[in-house]
Design a protein around this ligand. Structure first.
Ligand code: ATP
Length: 236
């Protein structure tokens, strides 16, 4: 039943001004408890797809349903999606906690201390939240940025390339953070162009090539049986 799902994407399309179809007939679903990786080479249309999910750009066709509600730019249903696209706008001289407070105030939403605490706990920064961000590793910065997207505990967390630039231990931390988040009916959607990263942080994979989905399943299914698909679409 699509109405109960965090995300249903059906026949999604996006044509840019020059008529170029960056996304064409893309369909997939995200269920509660899943960490879904949108995997594809550069230019496959991942960012375009995520930007439509976040209501930042308008689809040319198809539909996006979040718990059965259609996404339109500015629609109230977007409050159920927490997103992080751009590079982190963190202030290095402030503590991690001060950055989160500042971000929360900037969103203009009423602060719920319990939510902030849960987001911090999931992000796994521990006592480091009291340290200046300039002392953080790349992985810690990334997790703080994701904690910002988690504030308010949206049911669907959407992250563009959250593992970009991380080393293997930091990727393992990211896996822990995302799987902790994807509990209590919540789900996560991340993009990546690296199979190895998706394999490590995700439970499910949607493989994109040339704007459309070419395979979908659990990580084991895609990695085990879908190698040929991955070789075909890989840019390496
Ligand atoms: P990357 O990992 O490089 O971001 P991607 O899979 O996220 O790749 P998109 O950024 O969605 O891919 O881009 C898909 C295609 O659409 C690319 O060929 C890109 O050049 C094109 N494109 C993206 N934005 C625009 C735009 N504003 N106008 C025209 N074409 C665009």
């Amino acid at each position: 039943d699509a109405a109960g799902l965090p995300l249903v994407v059906r026949g999604l399309r996006k044509a840019y001004g020059d008529g170029y179809l960056a996304v064409r007939d893309l369909s997939f679903t995200v269920e509660p408890g899943q960490v879904v990786g949108l995997l594809g080479p550069n230019g496959a249309g991942k960012t375009t797809a995520l930007r439509m999910l976040m209501g930042l750009i308008r689809p040319t066709g198809g539909e996006i349903l979040v718990f059965g509600h259609r996404i339109r730019p500015g629609a109230p249903v977007l409050s159920r999606i927490g997103a992080f696209v751009e590079g982190p706008g963190l202030l290095p001289h402030l503590s991690g906690l001060a950055n989160l407070h500042r971000y929360w105030q900037a969103t203009g939403r009423p602060a719920e201390a319990a939510h902030l605490e849960e987001a911090l706990e999931i992000a796994g920064l521990g006592a480091a939240v009291h340290r200046q961000v300039k002392t953080y590793s790349q992985g810690m910065r990334q997790r703080l940025a994701i904690a910002q997207a988690m504030l308010g505990l949206p049911e669907l967390l959407v992250l563009d390339e959250p593992t970009n630039g991380l080393d293997p231990p930091q990727i393992a931390e990211m896996r822990a953070v995302l799987s902790r988040y994807a509990t209590n009916g919540r789900a996560v959607l991340v993009s990546s162009h690296l199979l190895a990263e998706v394999e490590q942080v995700c439970s499910h994979v949607v493989v994109m090539s040339k704007g459309t989905g070419v395979a979908a399943g659990t990580v084991a299914e895609i990695v085990g049986e879908g190698r040929s698909v991955l070789v075909e679409v890989s840019d390496g």
